[in-house]
Design a binder for this molecule. Structure first.
Ligand SMILES: [Zn+2]
Length: 245
């Protein structure tokens, strides 16, 4: 083999090893970060509001007059189906899904809800239409059909009112939702440790400084009765959670 060919192959080999090491390091770090998470067990949290646990993430179901509203759609379709069986809730009864953002662990079970209208924020569309990558060259999963929401927009569904609040940071279009003015769902806009709101795992955030401003925006909301996070459980003491802000 010629010297230049040998050098070329050696170069390709080194690049490959570096890519594998970087990818391996990323996966190890991802695993370490998800182990810090403390989602709620599957069950009814308060009258008509249910947590569904799918490994390290929760989605939530809210009982409406003629069906259920979901906030997010889990990490694994199979697991969400199993957990909903425990709750005796038929997935075909879910009529609306409000996505806090479009990361894979929040959208995996969307196909379980073919009857549902899927909502996400206008600012999040860039994450699923090929415009903005989530990580270097990796894009979030495509979503076949959806309706887009503005900051502050309210949707009335199944006798409940759902207001979207733009809370960018984790992703540019991250959105929190207030249901009936009382139940606040924040997705990955914050963590909750010892009842206190904090930044979400910065490793997974696209812009933590923007997220801090979004947490302050949530802190200014008038007395939600409950605050539900996607990975760190919930609290019924919003004053304590946001006290420092
Ligand atoms: Zn997440």
């Amino acid at each position: 083999m010629k010297k230049t060919a040998k050098r070329f192959l050696a170069g390709v080999g080194i690049v490959l090893v570096l890519v594998i090491l970087a990818l391996g390091g990323y996966l190890v770090k991802m695993n370490m970060e998800t182990r810090k998470m403390t989602p709620s067990a599957t069950g009814e949290i308060t009258a008509g509001v249910y947590a569904v646990r799918d490994s390290y993430v929760n989605l939530f179901l809210i009982k409406g007059a003629d069906g259920y509203i979901a906030v997010d759609a889990g990490n694994s379709l199979k697991r969400v189906r199993q957990e909903m069986q425990i709750l005796s809730i038929d997935p075909s009864k879910v009529t609306a899904v409000f996505l806090t953002h479009t990361d894979f662990d929040h959208v995996a079970a969307l196909d379980l809800f073919p009857q549902a209208t899927i909502y996400l924020s206008k600012a999040e569309e860039q994450m699923i239409n090929g415009t903005t990558p989530r990580f270097v060259v990796i894009h979030n999963p495509k979503i076949p059909r959806y309706a887009l929401l503005d900051d502050g927009q309210t949707i009335d569904v199944s006798g409940r009112s759902v207001r979207g609040i733009a809370t960018p940071g984790h992703t540019p279009g991250a959105m929190s939702y207030v249901v009936d003015g009382a139940y606040l769902f924040v997705g990955d806009t914050m963590s909750l440790k010892n009842g206190k709101a904090g930044l979400f795992n910065e490793f997974f955030n696209m812009d933590s400084a923007t997220q801090e401003a979004s947490i302050r925006k949530l802190a200014a909301l008038k007395n939600p009765k409950f605050v539900f996070t996607a990975h760190y459980g919930f609290t019924d003491d919003a004053a304590r959670a946001f006290g420092d802000r």
